[in-house]
Design a protein around this ligand. Structure first.
Ligand code: PMV
Length: 327
């Protein structure tokens, strides 16, 4: 079938994992080797418009006003087209309200917004779980950006991926923690997450230990979130971050995502904590430091991190809402 012209626009927010996802199961459909738990960020989002247009002979895409590569987008749109029973090509126009590709999780908000906009434009009405499953196939972390507040991504066990989806844990107002992002470098990261985490079983002696301890880390985090126990949530968050980076460093060839300012910001967070501020750090596959702050402490943390040598910019954010259609 074809769609002569049909469009939708969606907004999805970025998220950061407190218990990290890293590593894939063998086979297709981008199946994670471990579950993860994240918070969705209110101030960082992607707006994406998808137009199915029967006059197009190929998909085309624009990101932040520049032409974008469709190599990862066409196979993703093919999933939507197969489901809708159409073969119409699409035009994608996407904009982040934050620097793209600099470790601020643009693939998470990007694929979540694309899933929602593309399915709506194709005439489909997927529920949140189905959207999460679809988003996962674009980027593992995107499965969590379908939801607001705190979310948990399930590893699942089925080969078809039907049980590898995220679910909401808490709404933003249930526990209004804050996040401060300290940007230490705005260049695009050198090793993207898909490459960094491929075939880890053959590339890191630490990988099996990472997988083996994942369930107990997730269980401890679930309990701490349910109890609103900020110190335990924070301690588990730093532990999962450092364990992830230990795994990355142990991979052949070793991945080092930190720069000197990243390390300085980590120490600054710990100094603040020793002086009584409830704040803990986490870092993804890039040099930015994200500080998890107890409710009401974001402003003071942002002020301190802005003064750390090498920190270029800080962004403070509350938790954000679920992905939604905006036009
Ligand atoms: O969604 P991906 O494939 O870009 O992987 C995300 C990996 C981390 O950001 C490092 C961890 C996470 O759980 O988000």
């Amino acid at each position: 079938g074809t769609l002569i012209m049909s469009q939708a626009t969606a907004r999805a927010h970025s998220n950061i994992a407190l218990i990290k996802y890293w590593g894939k199961r063998a086979g297709p459909r981008n199946l994670p080797a471990v579950g993860s738990i994240s918070v969705t960020l209110g101030a960082l989002y992607t707006d994406t418009t998808v137009v199915f247009d029967d006059t197009l002979s190929a998909d085309c895409a624009q990101l932040d006003d520049k032409p974008a590569d469709t190599a990862r987008l066409t196979p993703f749109l093919d999933l939507v087209r197969a489901r809708a029973g159409i073969d119409t090509r699409a035009s994608i126009v996407s904009a982040n309200n934050f620097p793209t590709g600099a470790g601020l999780a643009s693939s998470a908000s990007g694929f979540a917004a694309l899933s929602l906009a593309a399915t709506r434009a194709a005439g489909l009405e997927l529920d949140a779980r189905e959207l999460s499953i679809l988003s996962r196939q674009g980027s593992g972390s995107a499965a969590r950006s379908i939801f607001g507040g705190f979310a948990e991504m399930h590893r699942g066990t089925r080969d078809d991926g039907s049980d590898a989806f995220a679910e909401p844990m808490l709404e933003p107002e249930d526990w209004p923690v804050e996040i401060v992002v300290a940007i230490t470098d705005t260049a695009t990261k050198s090793v993207n997450s898909s490459i960094g985490m491929s075939h880890l079983d053959e590339r890191s002696d630490y990988y099996q230990a990472w997988v083996d301890h994942s369930e107990s880390d997730l269980a401890a985090m679930r309990d701490a979130i349910a109890a609103r126990d900020f110190e335990t949530v924070g301690a588990l968050t730093e532990m999962s971050c450092l364990k992830l980076h230990g795994l990355m460093m142990s991979t052949r060839p070793g991945l080092i995502y930190w720069n000197p300012a990243t390390v300085a910001a980590m120490h600054a967070v710990r100094s603040l904590r020793e002086a009584g501020t409830p704040v803990y750090f986490t870092i993804d596959a890039g040099p930015q430091v994200k500080a998890l702050c107890a409710p009401g402490h974001g402003e003071a943390v942002a002020r301190e991190l802005a003064d750390v040598p090498g920190v270029l910019e800080t962004r403070r954010t509350a938790l954000g809402p679920a992905a939604r259609v905006i036009a």
